[in-house]
Every structure is written in C-alpha cells, then in structure tokens.
Design a protein around this ligand. Sequence first.
Ligand SMILES: Nc1ncnc2c1ncn2[C@@H]1O[C@H](COP(=O)(O)OP(=O)(O)OP(=O)(O)O)[C@@H](O)[C@H]1O
Ligand SMILES: Cc1cn([C@H]2C[C@H](O)[C@@H](COP(=O)(O)O)O2)c(=O)[nH]c1=O
Length: 202
Amino acid sequence: MKKGLLIVFEGLDGSGKTTQINLLEEWFKRNKKLVHSTRQPTDFYRNDKRVKDYLEDGIVPNMYSIALLAAADRTYQNEVEIKPTLSKGINIISDRYLYSSLAFFKARGIKYQEIRNINKDIEEPDIIIFLDIDPDKALERVRVRDGKNLRFEEKNDNTFIQVRNNFLEVLPKGKTLIVDSTKDVKLIHELIIKYIEKVEVR
Ligand SMILES: Nc1ncnc2c1ncn2[C@@H]1O[C@H](COP(=O)(O)OP(=O)(O)OP(=O)(O)O)[C@@H](O)[C@H]1O
Ligand SMILES: Cc1cn([C@H]2C[C@H](O)[C@@H](COP(=O)(O)O)O2)c(=O)[nH]c1=O
C-alpha cells in the first residue's frame, strides 16, 4: 500500500498555521483523500510542569532536559500515531514538527546537532510549509488573539527574531514551501494546494 504524505506546517506563533491547516484538512476531505491532523508538541509535553514553568514563566534549571522532553514526546508520537497512520495510506498534517524544536531550542542555547541527535528516530516529512512572517507582526497577531495571556517568549521580541532566522537556516530547501503569511488567507491556501498537487503527481 502507498504510504500517506507527511505534511508539516512550521512558523512563528501567530503565523497562521491553524488557519491554513483547517483549510487544508477540509480540502483533503472534499477531495475524498484520507487525512489525519495532529500537532506537536502533544499534551504530554504541554502539560508537563517543567515545560509549563519555562513556557509560561521562563523558569528552567536545565534547558537540555526540556529539549529531551520535546524529543521524547515527538519520538513516542511517531511510534504510536505518525508511523502507523502513514503506513495505512493516510495523509498526515502536523502543526509543527522537528524544525520548531531546531529553531526554538537553538534560540534557547542548545546546539543544532544535539537536537538532531535526540530526534533521530522520527519520520522525515514529505512536504514542509513555512508560513513566514515578520516577528513583530506575528506578535501583534498573538497579542490580539490571546490578550495579556502571553507565553514567556512571546513577551520578548528578540526571541522571535532569532527563531525566525533559525527556521530559515534549518528548513530543508528542496522540500519546503516558504509562503508570505501576510497575504490573504485564501491566496495562501491556493499556493499550498498548488504545491501539494505538484508533489503528489511526482
Ligand atoms: N493570512 C492572514 N492574514 C491576517 N490574519 C491572519 C492570517 N492568517 C491567520 N490570521 C490570524 O492571525 C491569528 C493567528 O492565526 P493562527 O491561530 O492560525 O496562527 P498559529 O500559527 O496557529 O498560531 P499559534 O502557533 O500561536 O497557535 C488569528 O487571529 C488568525 O485569524
Ligand atoms: C514543536 C516545539 C514547539 N515548541 C514551542 C513553540 C511554541 O512557542 C510552543 C507551542 O505552541 P503552539 O501552540 O504550537 O504555538 O512550543 C518548543 O518549544 N519545542 C518544540 O519542540
């Protein structure tokens, strides 16, 4: 049986991933193609007190241990959800993947190769969509959406500048579509569909 495609959305907080994933999921369903949406990190990582202490308040005794938790979360999710789903011929859309870890943890002081090493057992994505946005604009959207309820790093403009630069450095050029995410929502969706259709018929 033909494996499903692993399509990964990456971008800064507020770049429009959820908006585009919802449209893409509807497109798959309208076209009678099997699709499963998921996200990283999973709730295992998000609800861990050590992770919350950092994401919410910036408290972190050892950053490498947080990177390990993110890698454990991704590796486990790969074994129980991602790999078996792809093997059944079901396409997966993932809200964030390895590249978020690479971009965020590099900005938090962990070496690129270390993050790669601890994530070595995961499935390679077929398609990566990077929703590119100026960090100031992304933060503006997050502020409008979440009000005062911001994460620690969302309060620090410099982090997002570094994270965006890291994304542009680590994303594999051959399989990444970089889209200007300040464009109209529908237009971005059309660009994504065109790209996916090109890969599918290859
Ligand atoms: N192309 C666009 N133009 C203008 N506003 C947009 C666009 N896409 C999304 N938005 C708006 O920006 C905000 C953030 O979008 P969304 O929640 O989809 O981003 P996200 O990348 O999933 O964010 P996060 O990573 O923080 O969950 C929302 O209020 C959404 O309506
Ligand atoms: C995959 C991944 C993500 N993060 C960061 C990136 C974001 O700030 C949050 C996730 O929030 P969202 O709801 O998806 O916007 O976590 C991270 O620190 N490590 C990772 O591996």
